[in-house]
Write a protein that binds this ligand. Structure first.
Ligand code: AMP
Ligand code: ZN
Ligand code: FE
Ligand code: FE
Length: 276
């Protein structure tokens, strides 16, 4: 048995994952994890069911959410952890999901104009339990209906920036997201810096109150993980990690593929207690 481990970045079908919260918990128990965090995009609706299943199966479930931000035209994802349930952040999530619905309407209308017909709003919404609709849902439908050969092609042709039906999502700046999370009693963590590749922005995010870096991430070379561990240490911020598992149909990651040693969960709780 390895040391206690925590996968702190998992999606369910409340956003664009394919697993239910209960399935996520069973899978995490099977993987031998001690703790997980459900970090859906713009929704926390999957968390109560995961927490209930976790209580039954002896798995700690932390509250989290993943927010899409933008700085200088570059997507930056900020994870919020351990925020209060009644908080400005949670109230804001409802508006973010409404913005996702509006954007999806526009994408479908544009696709319709391009001859990509027969995809309804209802059909897309049926893919998620909380109306956190997004491009991955639409990409899967485009593939299923034969409008694209695979997800990559669906993005390249239609949904990626520069694609024929691309519409930007409502996005705040990292500074705004960090403030919102911290006003809500939570901890703000930069998601997958290894993917985002904007390390030069980290110092200013730290000045804005960033609490941690997601150093452990799938398919990450040890020297890269170590670089982020060092950077976190130098800036006196936390380290987290997780698989970013979305279930079936998206990349090769799975629950427990990347994780942080459990000691980092303890440090998160200590930092929250100290007020971030
Ligand atoms: P959205 O939140 O609606 O902007 O959609 C983002 C989702 O689309 C995330 O799950 C991304 O990982 C996914 N995504 C973006 N580009 C691609 C791609 N080329 N192939 C597969 N998934 C992608
Ligand atoms: Zn996602
Ligand atoms: Fe992300
Ligand atoms: Fe994610």
């Amino acid at each position: 048995m390895r040391d206690p481990a925590a996968d702190l970045h998992i999606h369910t079908y409340y956003s664009d994952g394919t697993m239910s919260p209960q399935e996520v918990v069973s899978e995490a128990v099977r993987a031998g994890l001690s703790a997980i965090a459900i970090a859906d995009h713009d929704t926390i609706d999957g968390i109560p069911l995961a927490a209930e299943a976790g209580r039954k199966e002896g798995l700690e479930v932390l509250r989290a959410v993943e927010l899409s931000c933008e700085q200088d035209g570059k997507d930056i994802h900020i994870l919020g952890y351990l925020f209060e349930e009644e908080s400005p952040l949670v109230r804001m999530l409802a508006r973010m999901r409404q913005a996702r619905m509006d954007r999806m309407e526009r994408m479908l209308a544009t696709l319709h104009g391009l001859g990509v017909t027969g995809i309804s709003m209802e059909e897309v919404c049926a893919r998620t339990r909380s109306n956190a609709v997004g491009r991955l849902h639409l990409a899967k439908i485009l593939v299923e209906k034969g409008y694209a050969r695979n997800l990559d092609q669906a993005f390249e042709k239609y949904l990626a920036e520069g694609g024929a039906a691309y519409f930007p999502k409502f996005k705040q700046t990292p500074r705004e997201a960090i403030r919102l999370i911290k006003e809500s009693g939570g901890l703000a963590v930069l998601a997958h810096p290894v993917i985002t590749q904007r390390d030069e922005l980290i110092p200013s995010m730290v000045r804005d109150g960033l609490d941690g870096l997601e150093a452990y991430y799938p398919n990450c070379r040890m020297e890269v993980v170590e670089r982020y561990l060092k950077m976190a240490k130098e800036n006196a911020i936390l380290v987290t990690g997780g698989s970013d598992a979305h279930g079936e149909g998206k990349d090769n990651t799975f629950i427990g593929k990347a994780y942080a040693p459990y000691v980092h969960v303890e440090r998160m709780k200590e930092r929250k207690k100290r007020g971030g």
